[in-house]
Design a protein around this ligand. Structure first.
Ligand SMILES: C[S@@+](CC[C@H](N)C(=O)[O-])C[C@H]1O[C@@H](n2cnc3c(N)ncnc32)[C@H](O)[C@@H]1O
Length: 197
């Protein structure tokens, strides 16, 4: 991300369609593996799940279908609209709520969630203090003994993406990759979506 302001996040996701991402290419593997890791630890339904940075609702709707009470929070209005549309298609098992919000300041009460998904905010929040705030909030809303699932992105992700997608040799990509590898910070000042996330 060029920066982690709400405007930059909204601009990014107006260009990259999150609703279709997990059904394309190797992202399907990400989805299957993530589901496997969620199911390995989540308590049986019914239970209350908070999906923070839930995007277009891929995991939220899937968990709602399995009998969980799922609340989705995301800063991108387009994602909330997509999540609500996906939920409406499953009228027997809708999302309990889906609202615009930020991982750093959640509206939920202390100890009110049995499980929290944080599969997005941490790699978008480029400042350590912001990541700490998001993790603190997840811990605050979680009940004692509950689980939080947190996703990060390795500094090597751009390198692997560039090799598999064929843009490794492009001169404008070189400084982006250099910074990724040296600092673990991804900044893309070009208008090209070299790396989607
Ligand atoms: C790549 S998507 C992942 C969506 C879904 N959780 C998944 O794993 O497929 C990253 C999500 O994080 C959200 N996000 C970015 N910054 C955030 C923040 N500060 N608080 C909450 N969500 C945030 C984005 O809007 C986006 O929906």
């Amino acid at each position: 991300m060029a920066n982690n302001s709400a405007d930059a996040i909204v601009r990014h996701y107006n260009r990259a369609d999150e609703a279709s991402r997990l059904s394309a290419g190797w992202f399907q593997l990400e989805q299957e593996r993530t589901r496997e890791l969620i199911l390995r630890h989540i308590q049986p339904a019914p239970a209350r799940v908070l999906d923070v940075g839930g995007g277009a609702g891929a995991y939220a709707c899937w968990l709602a279908m399995r009998g969980y009470e799922v609340h989705l929070i995301d800063p991108v209005p387009r994602h909330i609209a997509q999540a609500r549309a996906a939920s409406a298609k499953r009228s027997q098992h809708p999302l309990a709520s889906s609202e615009v919000g930020d991982a750093r300041k959640l509206p939920q009460l202390n100890g009110s969630a049995d499980a929290v998904l944080l599969l997005g905010p941490i790699y978008h929040l480029t400042k350590r203090s912001d990541r700490q705030a998001a993790l603190r909030e997840a811990y605050r809303v979680l009940r004692s003994g509950g689980f939080v699932w947190v996703a990060g992105i390795s500094r090597y992700a751009s390198l692997l993406d560039s090799l598999s997608h064929g843009f490794f040799g492009q001169p404008e990509f070189a400084p982006i990759l250099d910074r990724d590898l040296a600092e673990g910070q991804h900044r893309n000042p070009t208008n090209d979506l070299y790396v989607l996330h």
